[in-house]
Write a new protein. Structure first.
Length: 94
C-alpha cells in the first residue's frame, strides 16, 4: 500500500467513518473513495462547517502537525475530496 493510500485509509476509516460517526449514519467504507467530495451534498458527503473543523482537528491529531490557518481558502483548496485532503497530509508529512 502506498503512503497516499495509507493516508486515505486513515481519513476514511478513522476520521470520517469513526470520528464523524458517518458509519452510524449509514455510510460504508466502500461508498467513500479518494474521489468522494467532502462538502458537496449532491455528489459527496455533504459535510457542514462544524464537521469540517472536526476533520481538521482530527487530521492534526492523527498525523501530528498543526494546520496554521483554518480559513475558507484552506478548505476550498485542501479539502475538496478525500484525495485532496490526503495529498495535503502527505505533503505536510514529507
Amino acid at each position: 500500500m502506498t503512503e497516499l493510500a495509507s493516508i486515505q485509509n486513515v481519513i476514511i476509516n478513522d476520521i470520517l467513518l469513526d470520528g464523524l460517526d458517518l458509519a452510524d449514519l449509514g455510510y460504508e467504507k466502500d461508498q467513500i473513495s479518494g474521489a468522494t467530495a467532502l462538502f458537496d451534498e449532491a455528489d459527496g458527503l455533504g459535510l457542514d462547517s462544524l464537521a469540517a473543523l472536526e476533520v481538521a482537528v482530527a487530521v492534526q491529531q492523527k498525523f501530528g502537525f498543526k494546520i496554521e490557518t483554518l480559513d475558507r481558502a484552506f478548505f476550498e483548496t485542501n479539502c475538496v475530496t478525500v484525495d485532496t485532503l490526503a495529498r495535503y497530509v502527505a505533503g505536510r508529512l514529507s
